[in-house]
Design a protein around this ligand. Structure first.
Ligand code: CA
Length: 251
């Protein structure tokens, strides 16, 4: 659980699945009308390699998007409580979630709403009543634009135990700063930038060590081991994927 939130604030039962299916994009759908939510979920899951998580209110959407940034947010403009524009603004202001692409759904057709939606950082919008197939096509188009290798630099990562502020170069576990070597810091940054994705030892070598140094593949394992030990309770977020490499998982 993130340390920003008062204990008990998080709704239980509404956690997104932490294990994404390989090759599937995780879509967070924010829609308070159950019929539309069901239709959109069904269509996206049937027509694309997407897994859709649905929530009905803006506050929960912001919380989930920050805790586990999805690959795509499909956001209804008109929501009870925080409306879609406010959700969009909060997500764009958050260092962890701001890169998440957003498609706005709107029943309002006047230009002003469209413009302000785009100004606040929506990547696309679809006006109700819409064809679910059209929405699926737009979702696929946006997901195709995402860098396939992931590698989204983030300024601050906040997990249950671990907070890594990559701009300030401060990493702490349960509130206590820990000391990392530069290489360990870069390793952690790259793992977190590609979290939930498996990274091969060769890719880690290439991206963290670069070409300036010839080191053996197994020394990646040594560095991972040291990093894991220093991360203490957050160390188990660095998973070994047997035969493939390593993966940083959200927690
Ligand atoms: Ca609505």
């Amino acid at each position: 659980m993130s340390q920003r939130e008062p204990a008990g604030e998080r709704a239980s039962g509404a956690r997104p699945a932490l294990d994404r299916r390989p090759g599937y994009a995780r879509v967070l759908l924010v829609e308070d009308e159950p019929d539309i939510a069901d239709l959109v979920k069904l269509t996206l899951e049937r027509e694309g390699r997407m897994e859709v998580e649905t929530v009905a209110d803006g506050e929960q959407a912001v919380r989930l998007a920050i805790d586990h940034p999805p690959d795509l947010l499909v956001l209804d403009l008109s929501l009870p409580g925080l409306d879609g524009l406010e959700v969009c603004r909060l997500i764009r202001a958050n260092p962890v979630a701001r890169q998440v692409p957003i498609i706005m759904l709107t029943a309002r057709t006047d230009e002003l709403d469209r413009i302000s939606g785009l100004d606040l950082g929506a990547d696309d919008y679809v006006t109700k009543p819409f064809s679910a197939r059209e929405l699926a096509a737009r979702a696929r188009a946006i997901l195709r634009r995402q860098p396939s290798g992931g590698d989204q630099p983030i300024a601050v990562y906040r997990g249950r135990h671990l907070v890594a502020d990559f701009d300030a170069v401060v990493v702490s576990v349960d509130g206590r700063p820990i000391r990392l070597t530069r290489r360990e810091f870069e390793l952690l940054r790259f793992l977190i930038g590609n979290r939930n994705r498996v990274l091969s030892r060769d890719r880690l070598l290439d991206r963290v060590w670069g070409y300036e140094q010839i080191i053996e593949t197994r020394s990646v394992d040594v560095h991972i081991g040291r990093l894991r030990a220093k991360l203490g309770p957050a160390g188990k977020q660095v998973e070994t994927v047997v035969g493939l490499g390593y993966r940083f998982v959200d927690a």
